[in-house]
Ligand binder design. Sequence first.
Ligand SMILES: [Zn+2]
Length: 157
Amino acid sequence: MILKIIHLNDEPAEFQGEVPSDFLDWEGFHPTGPVSYEINAWIQEDKIYAHGHIFCEGTVSCARCLEELPITLDVPDYAGCYDLPENGDLDLTPHFREEILIGLPSYKKCELDEHSKCPFSGRYWGDVFSGTPGPPLADHWAALDRLKIEKKNKDKN
Ligand SMILES: [Zn+2]
């Protein structure tokens, strides 16, 4: 989104619209629509100020079942202060990108329904979360020990 300085003065001016979301270009987030913005911008003492709301809808992978989960990345209180650009245009796109991607959750999991089923993948997770005891931890250590021994033997040969 390009702000043209000739459209700005010391009174906040309103800008709203959409820009294609391909600039987000982030492995963990798949946009399903454009980036929308509603911002005010103005100039004060050789600086451009921008303030408003930016958001984008998309999906992220579920940490449980790897299905794509819908998510809205919402920046309700975006605020920036920038130097006046020499050529008269200020590109807010990289700043939008930063703000939106900062809001990306590092860990997102589907909400299971009352039958312990994922509403997206339909998978049943009840056996995992019903408290059924897994193999005793000692088995894992024993397996690790065996691995070490195998490696040692390999190194000898
Ligand atoms: Zn799921």
